[in-house]
Design a protein around this ligand. Structure first.
Ligand SMILES: *Cc1c(COP(=O)(O)O)cnc(C)c1O
Length: 391
C-alpha cells in the first residue's frame, strides 16, 4: 500500500525545498520595473549576497541557472585561445570545462576521479611547470554535487601562492553557498559562481558571479553586453537599460530567503548543515556495517555538508529511490555520472532542512532498505538520533 499521500519531501541536491516564506513573497502581481519598491529591494539584496559569500567584491546577477553562471564567468575573463586549468572531482567540473571549450577556450583538465578531493601536490606540479603563465585561471567546484566531495579551496589558494602562479582562482559554489563554510575574501578566491536554487532556497532562475578587483582588472574587453558583469554589478542599470526585464518575482523570493539566512545567522546556518550531515553519515555508516551500502567519500573531512552520494549494488539505488518516492513521498537524487548509475543515490540536505526532516528522510530510507531487501545492519536511525541529541 502506498503511504505517499500528504506533504512530499524533495531530498534531491537542487532544486532544494522552498520555504513557505519564499513562495508567499513571490505570490504577487507584476511590479513596476521602472521605479519604486523593486529598486530598493534589489539594492538591499547586494550587501546580503556579499555577506553570504563573505566578500567585499562585486556581484553580478543574471537571469539564468548555474550553467549561465558558468558561461558568464568564462565569458568575462577568457578570449578564444586562452587556456584554463579545470580540477575535476566529479561531473560538474567537467561541465564547467565543456562550457569553456564551447567558448573557444583551451581547457586542461586534471581529473581526480569520483571518490577523491583535489590533490594539491598534483596541482602544484602543473602550476610549477607553467613557467610561461599560459594558465589564466584555475577552476574548481567547492562541492561537486555528483560525488559529494568538498574541495579545500583555501589550500588551493595556498598552492597558487606557493608556486608563485598568477592565475585567477575561480570557484563553483553552486551546491555549497549558504550551506558550507566559505570565505571568498579570506581564502583568496577571485571569482565565485552560484545559483539561487540550492542553499539559497529560491526557485531556479537567478545566477550570480562574484568577482574581486583582481578579476575585474583582467576582464575580457570583448565580452558581450549581455554577459558583461560590469553593468550588472550596478542593478539599476541592469534593470532599466542594459540587460532587459528584471527577474521580478525571483528577486522577491530571494529577499525572503536572505532574510531567513540573516535572521538565523550565516554561521549558524553552516553549523546546522554540519550537524545534520554528521547525523546522515552516522546512519549510513551504521547501515553499511553489513551489506553493500557505502558513503562515496571515505574521509569525513572531505564530505560536503549539502549533498551525500551513497553507493550500493547494481539496481539497488534505483529500487530504493523508487520505493521511497512511490510508497513514502520522499524523492531522493539519482546517481549521477556513476557506473552503473542505478547502484547509486544521492541525498540533498541543503537549505531549508532541519533535524526532523533529516530524521524522517533517514527513517524512510531505512524502511526502503527493508522493503527492497537490501542487506544492512540495524542501528542507523539510533546513530543519527544520537548525533542530533548531542546537538
Ligand atoms: C547544480 C550545479 C550546477 C549547475 O546548476 P544548474 O542550475 O543546474 O545549471 C553546477 N555546479 C554545481 C556544483 C552544481 O551543484
Amino acid at each position: 500500500m502506498s503511504l505517499a499521500q500528504g506533504r512530499s519531501y524533495l531530498a534531491i541536491p537542487g532544486p532544494s525545498i522552498m520555504p513557505d516564506a519564499v513562495l508567499r513573497a513571490m505570490h504577487r502581481a507584476s511590479p513596476n520595473i521602472y521605479e519604486g519598491e523593486l529598486h530598493a529591494l534589489t539594492d538591499s539584496l547586494i550587501p546580503d549576497l556579499k555577506a553570504v559569500a563573505r566578500t567585499a567584491g562585486d556581484v553580478a546577477i543574471y537571469i539564468g541557472n548555474g550553467h549561465a553562471a558558468w558561461e558568464a564567468s568564462v565569458a568575462n575573463l577568457c578570449k578564444r585561445g586562452d587556456t584554463v586549468l579545470v580540477l575535476a572531482t566529479g561531473r560538474f567540473g567537467h561541465g564547467w570545462a565543456d562550457m569553456a571549450r564551447g567558448l573557444g577556450v583551451a581547457v586542461e583538465v586534471l581529473d581526480f576521479g569520483q571518490t577523491d578531493a583535489v590533490d594539491l601536490d598534483k596541482v602544484a606540479e602543473v602550476l610549477r611547470a607553467d613557467t610561461a603563465g599560459r594558465i589564466k585561471a584555475v577552476m574548481v567546484c567547492h562541492t561537486d554535487t555528483s560525488t559529494g566531495v568538498r574541495n579545500d579551496v583555501k589550500g588551493l589558494r595556498a598552492t597558487l601562492d606557493a608556486t608563485g602562479h598568477d592565475g585567477l582562482l575561480m570557484v563553483d559554489c553552486m551546491a555549497s553557498l549558504g550551506c558550507d563554510t566559505f570565505e571568498m575574501d579570506d581564502w583568496g578566491v577571485d571569482v565565485m559562481v552560484a545559483g539561487c536554487q540550492k542553499g539559497l532556497m529560491t526557485p531556479a532562475g537567478l545566477a550570480f558571479v562574484f568577482f574581486n578587483a583582481r578579476a575585474a582588472g583582467r576582464q575580457n574587453a570583448e565580452v558581450s553586453s549581455w554577459w558583461n558583469w560590469t553593468p550588472r554589478a550596478h542593478p539599476q542599470m541592469f534593470f532599466q537599460y542594459s540587460n532587459g526585464t528584471a527577474p521580478t518575482h525571483h528577486l522577491y523570493g530571494l529577499r525572503a530567503a536572505l532574510d531567513m539566512i540573516m535572521a538565523e545567522g550565516l554561521e549558524h546556518v553552516w553549523a546546522r548543515h554540519a550537524t545534520l550531515s554528521r547525523a546522515l553519515w552516522a546512519a549510513c555508516e551504521a547501515w553499511g556495517a553489513e551489506g553493500p551500502l557505502r558513503l562515496n567519500i571515505k574521509d569525513a573531512a572531505l564530505r560536503s555538508h549539502s549533498v551525500t552520494s551513497v553507493g550500493m549494488g547494481p539496481g539497488q539505488g534505483d529500487a530504493l529511490r523508487h520505493w521511497c518516492e512511490h510508497q513514502a513521498g520522499l524523492t531522493l537524487g539519482i546517481g549521477l555520472g556513476r557506473e552503473p548509475a542505478d547502484a547509486w543515490f544521492r541525498i540533498g540536505h541543503m537549505g531549508h532542512v532541519n533535524a526532523q526532516m533529516i530524521l524522517g528522510c533517514l527513517a524512510t530510507i531505512e524502511a526502503g532498505l527493508i522493503a527492497c531487501d537490501i542487506p544492512h545492519a540495524p542501528g542507523g536511525i539510533r546513530a543519527a538520533a544520537e548525533v542530533i541529541a548531542a546537538g
